[in-house]
Design a protein around this ligand. Structure first.
Ligand code: ATP
Length: 366
């Protein structure tokens, strides 16, 4: 097991990159601590696989260092890094039995047959593969093959880290949930560093203690699922995490205070100062609030009037789409709201209001 540190790391697939747009990974310094369960989450093309391949040694970074427990490993090939990697599609030897497939990584490093049997049986048990152990891998279903592939990643207990690159893509939806739970269980049992790449926020938050959200070649936030939800550090995190994502508004100022969609937005003096300061420094200032944190209040409570345009029933909760002056806003509401309501009054609790300057969150002193 190891701490993995990326120091001033950057990568371009071009020999002579001419600007930031030519980099798949922008300059970053980041640490994956020993024994952590991490997810690397982001949309297609943001650089997740590139970063994972740099960690595993399949790619040599064009700039910076990869350090395992403080030792630079930039030029070391994967087999010398002691890393297990599980890919999107199963990597199994069809002509071997499931037992021999699982035993392969152990026998490769000269493990005793007694220990091989012990570990293979343990991992097969966790992955519900015991009945398949004597079968040839070619006779397995796609799900079973991927389980074997995962088992091969999990079987050695001396690896520095296990890297998963969207390992559940080919797995049946019913089984996906179960396997994610299993991986979590395995992590708790063996305390090995695991980095799990996915573009699915549910998959990331059910597996990981901490999630690194990637956007355009950078990690824009590294935090617990709760931190990403409650205080997105970047507008992209606000938009990407949550369903629906965060509401963003461009504020205006007038003599009396702040406006959103032409409506006065009550703010404390501290927030107002921070907003004025931000707007004096940048013309890219937004306010963000999640649909879950907007309160529907009575007109007497000073809420901003909004016109309901759509009510979506999602079973356990409902999402209202409403026009707030010239802006559109999504609000999560409970069953108490009469579906025939056409006008609601909204309150934005300041505790849940984010101030974003050039897409980055600015902390406002309370
Ligand atoms: P996906 O989820 O679709 O796999 P990703 O987040 O893993 O996406 P990468 O595959 O790392 O993203 O790609 C990051 C960027 O690097 C993209 O712009 C991609 O087109 C580019 N890229 C990836 N592999 C290569 C390559 N071998 N040669 C040139 N460019 C590449």
């Amino acid at each position: 097991m190891a701490e993995i540190r990326l120091e001033q790391l950057a990568h371009s697939y071009l020999q002579q990159p001419s600007g930031p747009a030519d980099f798949a990974i922008e300059r970053m310094t980041h640490t994956w601590e020993q024994g952590g369960a991490y997810a690397l989450l982001g949309p297609s093309g943001c650089g997740k696989s590139t970063l994972l391949n740099i960690i595993s040694g399949l790619l040599v970074p064009s700039q910076g260092e990869v350090l395992f427990d403080g030792v630079q490993v930039n030029e070391l090939p994967p087999e010398e890094r002691n890393i297990a990697q599980v890919f999107q599609f199963p990597v199994v030897y069809d002509t071997m039995t499931v037992f021999d497939n699982l035993a392969f990584p152990l026998r490769n490093v000269g493990t005793s047959e007694e220990r091989v049997r012990e570990r293979v049986e343990e991992v097969a048990d966790i992955l519900d593969l015991t009945a398949q152990l004597p079968r040839k891998a070619r006779n397995l279903t796609a799900d079973e093959k991927q389980k074997v592939s995962m088992g091969r990643g999990l079987v050695r207990d001396d690896v520095a880290a296990i890297l998963f690159d969207e390992p559940l893509t080919v797995i049946d939806p019913q089984l996906k949930w179960k396997l994610r739970r299993k991986l979590k269980e395995i992590h708790q049992r063996f305390a090995v560093t695991m980095i799990y790449v996915t573009h699915d926020q549910l998959e990331a938050s059910t597996f990981a203690d901490k999630i690194a959200v990637m956007y355009q070649g950078s990690i824009v936030q590294f935090g617990t699922p709760r931190e990403l939800f409650e205080a997105p550090a970047h507008t992209f995190v606000g938009y990407f995490i949550g369903s629906p994502g965060m509401n963003f508004f461009t504020p205006q100022l007038d003599a009396d205070g702040a406006l959103v969609g032409g409506q006065p937005l009550p703010l404390s003096p501290g927030f107002m100062n921070a907003l004025r300061d931000a707007m004096s420094r940048s013309d890219n200032v937004t306010l963000g609030i999640r649909p879950e944190f907007i309160e529907v209040v009575s007109a007497d409570d000073g809420g901003m009037p909004a016109t309901v345009s759509h009510l979506q029933d999602l079973g356990t909760y409902r999402i209202v789409t409403a026009a707030l002056g010239s802006l559109t806003c999504k609000v999560r509401v409970d069953d108490a709201l009469d579906p025939a309501t056409s006008c609601i009054h909204l309150h934005f609790p300041e505790r849940w209001l984010g101030l974003y300057v050039d897409e980055r969150r600015v902390e406002v002193a309370s």
